[in-house]
Write a protein that binds this ligand. Structure first.
Ligand code: PNS
Length: 159
């Protein structure tokens, strides 16, 4: 059974993430969306909220499940019997950081391979931080996230 982990902070999950997750789901038997605690990033949504939003967003994909994790990504992948880490690659600005993480993860565990899927042009410059900023300024995010995520953002910023 080929199992892939698609990791991220998912604060919140966007159409860009969903594009990568659904394409990964066509390549392997099972995809585990790993929602990182990422405490250092002080996420807008709690780990529980980010996991619940990602679960609802991927409910239509039968071979995808969503799990929260805290700690090293390669440890989580090993625990889940996953052989592959799938990351999305957007504009060149992602490359340096992703290259560094892939090299580090390779060093930590040589049995786990990192594979990159290129973002399609329409999501090249989409990020969770841009979505959060738009929502905080009361601008529509309907083009970038599913309705339940847009509602969660609106509720968060109404507080
Ligand atoms: O969506 P993000 O915030 O760019 O995702 C980054 C993430 C969660 C994939 C990365 O920070 C990560 O792998 N965190 C887990 C901790 C870890 O394994 N660190 C060592 C590799 S850099």
């Amino acid at each position: 059974m080929k199992r892939a982990v698609t990791p991220g902070t998912f604060d919140p999950i966007t159409f860009g993430h969903l594009d990568i997750i659904s394409r990964a789901a066509q390549l392997v038997d099972e995809v585990i969306v790993a929602v990182a605690a990422s405490a250092g990033k002080q996420p807008l949504f709690s780990l529980e909220e980010r996991t619940a939003l990602a679960r609802e967003a991927t409910a239509h994909l039968p071979n995808v499940r969503v799990e929260p994790f805290d700690g090293l990504l390669v440890d989580f992948a090993r625990e889940q019997n996953a052989q592959v880490l799938v990351k999305g690659l957007r504009a060149i600005t992602d490359f340096e950081y992703e290259f560094q993480m892939a090299a580090l993860n390779y060093d930590l565990d040589r049995t786990i391979e990192t594979v990159f899927i290129m973002s399609p042009p329409q999501y090249m410059y989409l990020s969770s931080s841009i979505v959060r900023e738009l929502a905080s300024l009361n601008s529509s995010v309907d083009k970038f996230v599913q309705p339940h995520v847009a509602k969660a953002l609106a509720d968060k910023f109404a507080k």
